[in-house]
Design a protein around this ligand. Sequence first.
Ligand SMILES: [Zn+2]
Length: 248
Amino acid sequence: MGFLNHKNNREHILPDVFTAVKHGVTARQVAEMYGIEVNSHGMACCPFHDDTHPSMKLDERYYCFGCHASGDAIDFVSDLFRIGKREAAVKIAEDFHIPYDPKGHSGRGQPVTLEQKKEWEMRQLQKGFREWRGKALSDLNGDYRILTERTTRFEPADRNAPFPKPFVQAHNDRMLVEFYIGLLETASQEMQIHLYLYDEGTIAALHDRVNGREKPRASVWEKLEAKKQLVHNRHTEAPPANPQRAAI
Ligand SMILES: [Zn+2]
């Protein structure tokens, strides 16, 4: 009916509320709008189960690795406020000032089963993970070559002399690089996905540091120094054998 009605052009240009919201905002944006704290890796504590460590990945859509909740911006708001999908879409449109045709109809009536949605989310995750793993391995192998060369270059001739700082840095970084390459090549897929979710930033920062693009934010090394100091004060002994674990 509205389809053939050309009298009101303005309404005709505007999409229905579902389409408008779908193209207007991401799940991450609505989550942040309604008070969910999303970290720099796009992870947040899931509001749909008792979550203490962020296990929800938010982007265009969201997926929780704890309770498997998933969906788009509208699903998120619908579940968060326990309101219907249309009500959720209207709420988002109003809160984000997204224009829409209130009389518009959408094709959202198509039945999508929960299984289909979960499958889609899983495919998205796997795709993101595979792309990340390939790039991370290639970066880390490049870093390994750079650090090996650097370690050799700064190795002190006199074995009794204190290690020069660039040697120590290169040596420590190479241990970390080796550690991550080992995990990405041999660890279980579950463990690797865990790395993708929680250590993505650390690996990127490591790569930046090795290539002289260190960001000025608090580095893992500063945290490690603080931790070392703690351990040192407690044991007045050598720093922990595995700096990676200590830094977390
Ligand atoms: Zn959850």
